[in-house]
Design a binder for this molecule. Structure first.
Ligand code: ADP
Ligand code: MG
Length: 741
């Protein structure tokens, strides 16, 4: 039984239950034979491998040199590359190209231009020059700059980043050539998320090389940081999505009573994947494989209708781009399967939110054969390798300890505020988990018992080289730590699912580069007085262990005790985004970022302003959306049902019999009254926030007043949902969105 209110919702349920799994065909060759993944992997990209085939040898060599040295591409080389790219693109049905870049909105941006040109005599032809490949000028004025440019000089340009492969994006039958780019102002300021990342990679490179030289690992010419982002997401049917203004406007449900069955039964995690979802995942993977995105793992996550995609790790610059591509593919393909993908950190209250675990490590890129490809966070086999590992491990911990606040800021967003510390994600306190064995090892080194021993013997005895096997074999895993060591990498688990990985990785790189500097300086000092390099390393490591002890935590990060303990230790606990964002512009952070030449002071400040503004906009949209939903959907449904109850009560009264509806009627009216009062308060707060001009003042009021008020209003609305007859309720309910697919 439905009435006008619930008709669309009941129709949606009908639609969803009659959906069929969409059959996804694997890519085939001309003869119709199914291709292996490796046959079509990367076919939509123009990577170095393809370039090698298509470019004259000397041009190819010069391009590779340019990429490796990070220098500017010569126009002569660019012209030849552009021609080859255009030919390849046109063979693949491409008509337009775009510089694909990452403004500070957290997403990607593109503006398409056709290859088509018409010459002076009116003859049409396809053209693509080297200079068009190298850069373009999208109007920068519509992208957030955090006040870095005044409007009259609102010009910026997108410049090709040749380290990331060019690719063809497909949407329907349209194919567009995407040229991964950085986005900078005419004064050279970074207007995007990528420029800082590239600069931070450089910062870590020079410093790590210096440290390596000092300990005898000479001849290294580049250091790379690696990243593998595990992406969590929710899927819900589009028929439900279309009926939820909150999901459409803000990506999360602003209202909704929790169903009696959520994730308590823990029957979803790693369970068998529903066939409609599996078919969706398969099509996503085909798309990603064509784009050279190494999607490796897929599985159910903890909450109902929550899933995860994990790629094979890549150089962080490329991994960041690929994560954007992956998110875009997830969104685009979802529609084909009548799903909507929710990348928000907390689409549903009361069930787990979504994160994006950034697995991070640093390694040797180019150098002598025996050093190339070495992961500096790999404990290694020989005493020398073990000691090198200990140095880079301690550099990471030092960076984390010194810049914990900034790292917290790097993952701050309105969405992530709902997730951090909500008993499903690490708290908003940055700490590191090392695992029992490594933790004990550091405690052992910290004791002063090794004086005058043969330090090579000591590291062998400590068993550093056994770490990776031990860590792989046992379940010594801590899912509650924001920054966990997992054998040869750290897993930064606090990153939000919708976030770009660029900024968090930039900040990790900077914090660690800074600490490598300190370690190097300290080691240089100690070497003057030590009997051996090993002794000097040992002393430096020991000092770093003492210094960073407070940031190490092996216990349960979700527990309330940890919050108390961490605050006692003096670790920053920045609960809200506005609080956290101020860390970006602290004197310490500015010194770090400008000192490493990753950002100018103006660029640092702009990052702060952009993020504050985005926070404000997002929460204000939520506030206004909630207001409208309560006024136009929730209260009207409650009034109508109250009307029905009233009729019943009065009918009974006229018949002279007791009215069984009386209690429900009275209670409903009470809750309606409470909801109305909370709505009024919300409206007042919204108006007072809008009346403020200063964005920082707005942010503070939003965090301290608006968000709590939205929660208060929600409580009353969710109570109404559980009181109003089901067939009067217009919004798809949690149980429907999460349980029916
Ligand atoms: P887990 O045990 O955490 O599930 P996995 O081996 O599945 O570990 O890896 C999780 C993610 O970490 C994957 O994206 C993987 O590619 C990435 N990863 C593995 N090794 C490294 C590394 N050395 N540096 C960066 N990321 C890595
Ligand atoms: Mg993991």
């Amino acid at each position: 039984m439905s009435n006008q209110n619930s008709q669309p919702r009941f129709n949606a349920i009908q639609t969803v239950i009659s959906r069929k799994t969409k059959i996804v065909e694997a890519p085939k060759d001309e003869k119709g034979k199914t291709l292996k993944i490796s046959d079509f992997y990367g076919i939509s990209t123009f990577s170095l491998k393809q370039m090698k085939h298509k470019l004259p040898n000397d041009i190819y060599k010069r391009l590779v040199q340019t990429i490796q040295s990070g220098k500017k591409l010569e126009i002569e080389v660019a012209n030849v590359v552009a021609h080859a790219v255009k030919e390849w693109a046109m063979e693949n049905g491409v008509t337009h190209y775009t510089h694909w870049f990452q403004p500070q909105t957290g997403t990607t941006a593109e503006k398409h231009d056709a290859f088509l040109n018409v010459d002076s005599s009116g003859v049409p032809m396809e053209r693509f020059s080297g200079s068009q490949l190298i850069q373009s000028e999208p109007d920068a004025s519509s992208f957030p700059s955090g006040g870095m440019r005044t409007t009259f000089e609102a010009r910026g340009y997108a410049a090709w980043d040749p380290t990331s492969p060019i690719f063809i994006s497909e949407s329907g039958s349209t194919r567009t050539l995407c040229i991964p780019s950085v986005f900078i102002s005419y004064h050279g300021d970074a207007l995007d998320e990528k420029t800082g990342l590239l600069r931070s990679n450089e910062a870590i490179t020079t410093r790590a090389i210096k440290l390596l030289n000092l300990i005898g690992d000479k001849g290294v010419t580049s250091i790379i940081t690696n990243m593998g982002p595990e992406q969590e997401y929710f899927l819900i049917d589009r028929a439900f999505y279309a009926l939820r203004p909150d999901l459409i406007m803000s990506g999360r449900t602003l209202l909704g009573a929790r169903p009696p069955k959520g994730q308590q039964l823990e029957d979803h995690y790693f369970g068998s994947i529903p066939s409609r979802v599996l078919s969706y995942m398969t099509e996503c993977e085909y798309e990603m494989f064509k784009l050279g995105v190494p999607a490796k793992t897929r599985h159910n996550e903890v909450a109902p209708m929550q899933f995860e995609l994990a790629p094979i790790f890549e150089e962080s610059n490329i991994a960041v781009d690929h994560n954007h591509v992956a998110m875009e593919v997830l969104r685009r393909v979802a529609k084909k399967h009548d799903f909507e993908v929710l990348l928000h950190e907390k689409p549903f209250a009361g069930v787990n939110g979504s994160g994006k675990h950034n697995n991070w490590s640093m390694g040797i890129g180019t150098g002598p054969n025996e050093l190339e490809g070495i992961n500096l966070l790999d404990p290694g086999k020989t005493p020398h390798q073990n000691m090198r590992f200990l140095l880079f491990l301690m550099a990471t911990l030092k960076g984390l300890n010194k810049h914990a606040g900034l790292l917290r800021a790097s993952i701050a967003s309105s969405g992530n505020d709902h997730r951090l510390g909500a008993n499903e994600a690490p708290p908003a306190i940055i700490s590191a988990f090392l695992g029992n064995m490594l933790d004990n090892m550091l405690n052992e080194i910290e004791k002063d018992t090794h004086k005058n021993l043969d330090y090579k013997e000591v590291v062998i005895k400590l068993g550093v080289s056994k770490l990776p096997t031990v860590m792989k074999d046992n379940t010594d895993r801590n899912r509650t730590s924001p920054f966990a060591f997992t054998g040869n990498k750290f897993e930064f688990r606090a990153v939000g699912s919708s976030a770009s990985c660029a900024f968090p990785v930039t900040i990790i790189n900077c914090a660690v580069a800074d600490a490598i500097d300190e370690i190097t300086a300290s080691l240089e000092e100690k070497m003057k007085t030590s009997k051996s390099i090993e002794e000097a390393i040992f002393v430096v490591v020991k000092e770093a262990i003492k210094e960073t002890k407070q940031v190490r935590f092996e216990g349960n990060g979700y527990s309330g005790d940890w919050v108390t303990e961490a605050e006692k230790r003096g670790l920053p606990h920045l609960k809200t985004t506005p609080e956290a964002l101020h860390e970006i512009i602290s004197a310490k952070s500015i010194k770090l970022l400008t000192g490493l030449k990753v950002f100018s002071e103006e660029e640092v400040k702009s990052r702060f302003h952009v993020r504050i503004e985005i926070y404000n906009k997002k929460v204000l949209i939520e506030g206004e959306c909630m207001q409208t939903m309560v006024e136009t959907q929730i209260l009207p449904a409650a009034y109508q049902y109250a009307g029905v109850l009233a009729e019943g009560v009065s009918a009974c009264k006229s018949a002279g019999i007791p009215a069984p509806q009386t209690e429900a009627f009275t209670k409903l009216n009470q809750v309606i009254g409470l909801a109305q009062a909370e709505l009024k308060k919300l409206e007042r707060i919204l108006a007072s926030v809008f009346a403020l001009e200063d964005e920082e003042a707005r942010a503070t009021k939003i965090a301290s007043e608006l968000k709590p008020q939205m929660e208060a209003l929600r409580v009353q609305c969710d109570t109404l949902e559980n009181m109003v007859a089901d067939n009067f309720w217009p919004l798809p309910k949690y149980r429907e969105m999460l349980m029916i697919s």
